[in-house]
Design a binder for this molecule. Structure first.
Ligand code: 9WO
Length: 248
């Protein structure tokens, strides 16, 4: 899979691509990330990529022409017809199921805007899809692009070392069903707080039942909306429902 990132600041991606668990996915080329800088396609001695907004107002607007040239350059590097994505609060909020589908795709051209915004004519001409990562405004699309790349890379086979691919779907990656269960590690007692007994029992079935119960209860308490969704998706068994009743 290949992601072409169109950005004025490719250097801010470097540390992200070089550390942590996802490093393997990026450095092996399993998730190939390439950069195109609109600055390299800007005209004139000053290589301008922004200009003042028509109609006045504060800030600058990213010019359509260098962005278009950058996107066409990225498209020419690819064998496929990957979609052009712009990160902006206009899009619908990224959900884990969409991440799963991106993780199995051929990739995309990810356009990162800067300044006050992007010339709408570029968006109309070239953007297939806008993706938001939440209802807030950033100073550029780069962090949103890294959010998508991070979420996609960790789903690649072999990236999370001790995780079977069959487990990834609904159990470990949570949020496509229930929230994750709480975690504990050494020491057994920390600051006067004990580790829940089932986790120390060594009894695999008890541990799994306890974890399932915790996930159900956590989700019911903190994200009832997700529990309702899980019910509608048929992910909640009769036994699960009886557990939820006892804790109401
Ligand atoms: C910003 C914006 C705000 C309100 C309604 C529509 C909007 N579009 C954009 C936009 O395209 N902004 C560009 C990228 C240029 C300014 C900085 N950018 C940006 C992207 N700020 N915030 C985001 C963003 C992206 C994904 N999820 C949340 C915020």
């Amino acid at each position: 899979m290949r992601f072409d990132v169109v950005t004025l600041f490719p250097e801010i991606f470097a540390p992200f691509l070089q550390v942590g668990i996802n490093r393997r996915a990026f450095e092996s080329g399993l998730v190939d990330v390439q950069f195109t800088n609109p600055r390299d396609f800007a005209a004139g001695q000053y290589r301008r990529v922004d200009d003042r907004p028509f109609g006045g107002g504060p800030g600058m607007v990213m010019m359509a022409e260098p962005l278009e040239k950058a996107v066409l350059h990225a498209k020419a590097q690819r064998q496929d017809a990957a979609p052009v994505v712009l990160f902006s609060p206009i899009g619908s909020t990224l959900q884990h199921v969409q991440v799963q589908s991106w993780a199995q795709s051929c990739g995309a051209i990810l356009v990162c805007g800067r300044y006050e915004g992007v010339d709408q004519r570029f968006i109309d001409a070239h953007v297939d899809q806008q993706i938001s990562i939440g209802d807030f405004v950033l100073s550029g699309g780069e962090l949103a692009a890294m959010v998508l790349l991070d979420a996609v890379a960790r789903l690649q086979p072999g990236v999370l070392s001790d995780q079977g691919s069959h487990q990834q779907d609904s159990f470990n990656s949570a949020l496509d069903g229930l929230l994750d269960c709480p975690h504990y590690t050494r020491p057994e007692i920390w600051a006067g707080q004990a580790t829940p007994a089932p986790l120390l029992s060594g009894h695999h079935a008890h541990i799994e039942r306890w974890r399932r119960d915790q996930r159900l209860l956590f989700t019911a308490k903190h994200r009832p909306d997700l529990l309702e969704q899980a019910r509608l998706s048929g992910l909640i068994s009769a036994q699960d429902e009886s557990v939820l009743l006892t804790f109401r």
